[in-house]
Design a protein around this ligand. Structure first.
Ligand code: 13P
Ligand code: SF4
Length: 305
């Protein structure tokens, strides 16, 4: 990485009074420049309580949208307009309407990996880091959870007393779908002492062989607190880079070498520099949508405390 561009990014951040929020899957060079690195829940909370006038979001578009919904008076920028999470587009407002009609009295919890329009029609938002706690706190007999069916399965295993209804019919992350038990079993033979950490977006068959299922930031905490020296990691490989840089004496084995989120990787040092220089691309959420979408996000922040 050229020293000049790093210096330019650092001075532009100061000049613009900009906060750089970085998701755990971003390239390590971008992580090094971030003011805060975290999972989608931590980043939403950070965005809500910042004093900076500009937020630059190095992550998926839905994360930047969440920051903009929480901060209508601030400029929220995303360096690439291509960083759209495909799963976020698997639950359209039309599908939301259909399920509302099918289950008129059931609470609808949507994953934060959704568009602003979909959030505007939901009762509450959840992330991988807080879903179980929030759904438990709702004190309902049944809850609709979408769009990630694997996350819904994970929640159901943790809270058997509440009926979790996954919706819509198709909802998954193409990166986490790559993990399969046979690959992980081969790694277990090679590294029998390794602890297996998996994200709740992996399939039920992989969840069953994992030692811990957790959000990206929870994996960092687990690596810090566990006595294990070796870990098999079933999530996007940006997190593996972060684990290796935070814990250089421990060993982290990616459960698949091709677990790369192409959309999140659209953010580069160069377009990050351009984003700060030209203040592009601003996230715009129509005020009527933002007003409605703020409620389920605020409710999530309250119930997570
Ligand atoms: P986390 O909230 O665990 O960081 O996950 C976000 C995500 O997009 C996982 O694919
Ligand atoms: Fe979306 Fe999957 Fe990328 Fe996460 S890893 S942002 S769920 S496509």
């Amino acid at each position: 990485m050229s020293k000049d561009i790093v210096e330019d990014i650092t001075s532009l951040k100061k000049e613009r009074n900009a906060l750089l929020l970085v998701h755990n899957y971003q390239d390590s060079k971008i992580q090094e420049l971030g003011d805060f690195i975290g999972d989608s829940f931590e980043l939403a909370r950070k965005a809500k309580f910042t004093d900076n006038s500009i937020i630059v979001f190095a992550g998926a578009e839905f994360m930047a949208e969440t920051a903009a919904i929480l901060n209508p008076q601030k400029k929220v920028l995303i360096p690439s307009s291509m960083a759209k999470c495909p799963m976020a587009h698997m639950l359209s407002p039309t599908k939301m309407k259909r399920y509302r009609t099918l289950y008129p009295n059931t609470t609808i919890a949507v994953y934060v990996n959704t568009t602003a329009e979909t959030k505007a029609m939901a009762d509450i938002c959840i992330t991988s880091g807080n879903a179980v706690k929030i759904i438990k706190n709702l004190d309902e007999k049944q809850v609709l959870v979408g769009p990630d069916r694997n996350l819904a399965y994970y929640i159901q295993q943790q809270i058997p007393e509440i009926k979790i209804i996954p919706f819509p019919k198709i909802g998954y992350c193409y990166v986490h779908r790559k993990f399969i038990p046979s690959d992980i079993k081969k790694l277990i033979v090679r590294y029998p002492e390794a602890e297996i950490l998996a994200h709740p977006e992996v399939s039920p068959s992989v969840q069953k062989i994992a030692n811990k299922i957790c959000s990206t930031s929870r994996m960092l905490k687990e690596a810090a607190n566990s006595s294990s020296e070796k870990f098999i990691i079933a999530t996007e490989n940006g997190l593996v880079d972060r684990l290796r840089s935070n814990f250089p004496t421990k060993m982290f084995i990616p459960a698949r070498k091709d677990a790369i989120c192409i959309q999140q990787k659209q953010i580069t040092i160069y377009n990050l520099y351009l984003s700060l220089l030209k203040e592009q691309y601003r996230i715009y959420i129509p005020p009527n949508i933002a007003k409605k979408a703020r409620l389920p996000i605020e409710r999530m922040l309250e119930l997570s405390e």
